[in-house]
Write a protein that binds this ligand. Structure first.
Ligand code: CAA
Length: 390
């Protein structure tokens, strides 16, 4: 029985900073960002967006289409969670008015948790025929102002419905995965920005890729020529390209840089203008590939490499299903990305420094442009959300 991604929907904030603006503020040549790391814009969440509103807004189109009725499991993957105890997915479950017969948990392992969620959801669907699972990845990537990671910031969420006979991508059962205890990127509970050993993190990303691939290859006997496209975890687009070049060179694939890059290019389009979405970055890549590839990819096998610092890597694959284009939200994604508002440097810094109050008082947040849900305020340490759905 085929199991995999039946529907996918992406959401990011309505505000962005152009990295040319950041380059001026940091006295850096903008080509370092545009060409060196391959990023052009970073999505910035206003004070009334958080991982709950991003995630609920990503899942909303699936609810509106009546796709969530048989969902009995929500896996909410994030590394920028808002509570040490309550799962953010429960707020989403409430905002979407989903059935009470539903399990909801939050998953964490840096940017890998979205893939952990997808694989666990597949197990759930195999065990509960006819039932579905909703995997939501939602993150706000924050680094210190002026740090090397700053230009890779971003925000966004992806909602994936996992079901039997999926209409988008059937996930193959074989997987190569690799864990090692390393400190390349982490965020202690008392910090709101990540700590990172940047250069080291890029090396561990590639090491975990080579180790994961080795296992995948041994399990399946496939070679890189069996794939028509690749989706990598995308902390910044250059990282995905470099990792793919490294894998090709290691396997002695005789391809030019242009040929190698062509197999990734469509998957990098959204990330280049939204920035890192941590747990969902690879799935933003998948959405970008499905939405924007001019060629009909029906029946094509895609290679996926998911990486979460700390670290866990996984290489797996899936086959795009015939007729998939009918079930995408490509127009909605294009519309969202085209209509975002550009921030000045000062507006960016003001939003960056706007902290959620922690004194237990009563606060109503200013209203920015959001999706169908907003984080409206906080009262006695309880977050309050507002639905703008009519
Ligand atoms: N024109 C063109 N290119 C230029 C340039 C210019 N004017 N100036 C610099 N460059 C190039 C550099 O040559 C370099 O290219 P190479 O990598 O090919 O050598 C590139 O731009 C970047 O320059 P630096 O190496 O000097 O950049 P940096 O040290 O300031 O920052 C980074 C790079 C360390 C990766 C930083 O972006 C960072 O810390 N990022 C956060 C961590 C991260 O994303 N790690 C990825 C792996 S971990 C992971 O994937 C999990 C996750 O999501 C965080």
């Amino acid at each position: 029985m085929k199991i995999g991604i039946d529907r996918i929907s992406f959401y990011t904030s309505n505000y962005f900073v152009d990295l040319k603006t950041l380059a001026v503020a940091r006295s850096v040549d903008s080509d370092k960002y545009y060409l060196g790391i391959g990023q052009e814009k970073m999505g910035i969440p206003p004070p009334d967006e958080d991982v709950v509103t991003l995630g609920a807004s990503a899942a909303w189109p699936l609810m509106r289409d009546g796709e969530l009725d048989d969902v009995e499991l929500i896996l909410f993957a994030t590394e920028s969670g808002i509570d040490q105890s309550k799962a953010a997915g429960i707020y989403v479950h409430g905002l979407l008015e989903m059935n009470a017969r539903c399990r909801v948990v939050e998953l964490k392992q840096a940017c890998y948790s979205g893939t952990a969620g997808l694989q666990m959801a597949i197990g759930f669907v195999a065990r509960n025929p006819g039932k579905k699972a909703l995997v939501i990845t939602s993150d706000v990537a924050r680094y210190e102002l002026g740090s090397p990671g700053e230009a890779t910031q971003g925000c966004g969420a992806v909602a994936m419905l996992v079901a039997e006979q999926p209409r988008l991508v059937a996930i193959d059962p074989e997987s190569g995965y690799y864990t090692e205890d390393v400190m390349d990127f982490w965020r202690p509970n008392y910090r709101s920005e990540a700590l990172v050993d940047g250069k080291y993190s890029t090396m561990v990303y590639i090491h975990a890729l080579l180790e994961s691939w080795k296992q995948y290859e041994a399990l399946t006997g496939r070679s890189l020529s069996d794939f028509d496209r690749f989706c990598y975890h995308i902390p910044f687009t250059k990282m995905a390209e470099k990792a793919h070049h490294k894998l090709c060179r290691k396997l002695k694939v005789e391809s030019s840089k242009e040929q190698m890059d062509a197999l990734l290019e469509e998957s990098l389009r959204y990330s280049r203008i939204t920035g890192n979405c941590y747990a969902g970055s690879m799935y933003v890549g998948l959405t970008s590939l499905l939405d924007t590839a001019e060629e009909d990819l029906s029946g094509r096998r895609i290679g996926f490499y998911s990486y979460g610092s700390g670290c866990v890597g996984e290489f797996f694959s899936g086959v795009i299903q015939p007729g998939y284009r009918e079930f995408l939200h490509a127009d909605q994604h294009r519309n969202l990305l085209e209509k975002r508002t550009e921030l000045t440097y000062q507006q960016y810094e003001d939003i960056f420094n706007y902290g959620v109050p922690t004194d237990g008082g009563e606060y109503v947040f200013p209203q920015y442009k959001t999706g169908p849900f907003r984080f409206s305020g906080i009262s006695q340490h309880k977050r309050e959300y507002e639905s703008l759905v009519e």
